[in-house]
Design a protein around this ligand. Structure first.
Ligand SMILES: [Zn+2]
Length: 297
């Protein structure tokens, strides 16, 4: 056997191989390589895409989890704040009840014909209206202490605009009302007296929250002419700001028109009456009662 060196083998390979065949082989190899390369590239792309999809999914689920957590946190905050509102609501209700308990329910009750005060009813306390607001010098006029600052504010506000207004009558006891009614009956006869002086027990004056007001130039009488004065006009426009309302307007079904008679019902209720063009006796008692807690605010 003929020994062949490496050099001679190579030499033989190339010398034995036809140039065209060698070229074909090279091209085939190249084609194979490019197919392999494409397959690998495609495979790698698919693998990376899958990885990206997985990361996307992870990210999405993390986002959902975060959103869920945020929603839960929001829900907890909402619950907490609604609990706070509840607690606040309960404490304001408790405060309201405590306030109501300290108040006399008679203060906002209606007293005319149907409604009346017990003959033993006397306000919890009374205070004297200072002389400067008293129409008569030397006559003691009394009113509920909580009403006095409102009355003083009203009368001094009127005075500051040049309107003279004074308290002419304020608290009257059941017995005083009995005596007054007798006087009126003697002077005017039972029928006439009944139309402008309340029977004992039906008078708002027994409450200590009602006042008869007078201005100058009226000869010291309370008459219908008071309605023609600038003092009455001023009261019509401003009394509600101080919690006072006209009890017996023109055409009321209880008494004659009493332009001088004003009752303290609290600023909130008086303002409501003023703005809605209504009078105290027009309202349902249950509605009036809802203003009791804030009567002296
Ligand atoms: Zn009166």
């Amino acid at each position: 056997m003929r020994r062949m060196t490496i050099g001679s083998r190579a030499k033989r390979l190339f010398s034995d191989t036809h140039p065209v065949r060698a070229l074909a082989a090279a091209l085939a190899l190249l084609a194979t390589l490019s197919v392999l390369g494409a397959w690998y590239g495609h495979h790698e792309l698919a693998r990376l895409s899958a990885q990206v999809a997985r990361l996307d999914a992870d990210l999405a689920s993390t986002t959902i989890a975060l959103a869920a957590n945020t929603a839960q946190t929001d829900a907890i905050s909402a619950t907490l704040s609604s609990e706070k509102v509840n607690v606040a609501g309960v404490s304001s209700q408790v405060a309201m009840l405590a306030k109501l308990q300290s108040l006399d329910p008679e203060l906002l009750a209606k007293y005319s014909k149907v409604y009346f005060l017990n003959e033993n009813y006397v306000p919890a306390s009374l205070t004297t209206i200072p002389d400067q607001y008293d129409y008569f010098s030397g006559k003691t006029l009394q009113i509920l202490p909580q009403v006095l600052p409102h009355l003083e504010a009203m009368l001094s506000a009127a005075s500051s605009t040049g309107v003279a207004l004074y308290a002419y009558s304020a608290y009257r006891s059941f017995d005083t009302q009995v005596a007054l009614k007798k006087d009126y009956v003697v002077t005017f006869g039972a029928g006439t007296a009944g139309s402008f002086s309340a029977d004992q027990g039906y008078s708002e004056h027994q409450l200590g929250t009602a006042v008869d007001l007078e201005t100058t130039g009226m000869g010291g009488e309370l008459t219908g002419d008071f309605a023609k004065t600038s003092a009455y006009q001023w009261l019509t426009d401003n009394a509600y700001k101080y919690g006072f309302t006209l009890s017996y307007p023109p055409g009321n079904t209880y008494y004659i028109f009493e332009p001088w008679h004003w009752r303290f019902v609290g600023i909130q209720l008086a303002t409501y009456l003023h703005n809605s063009h209504q009078y105290f006796y027009d309202l349902d008692q249950r509605y009036i009662d809802s203003y009791l807690a804030n009567i002296f605010d």
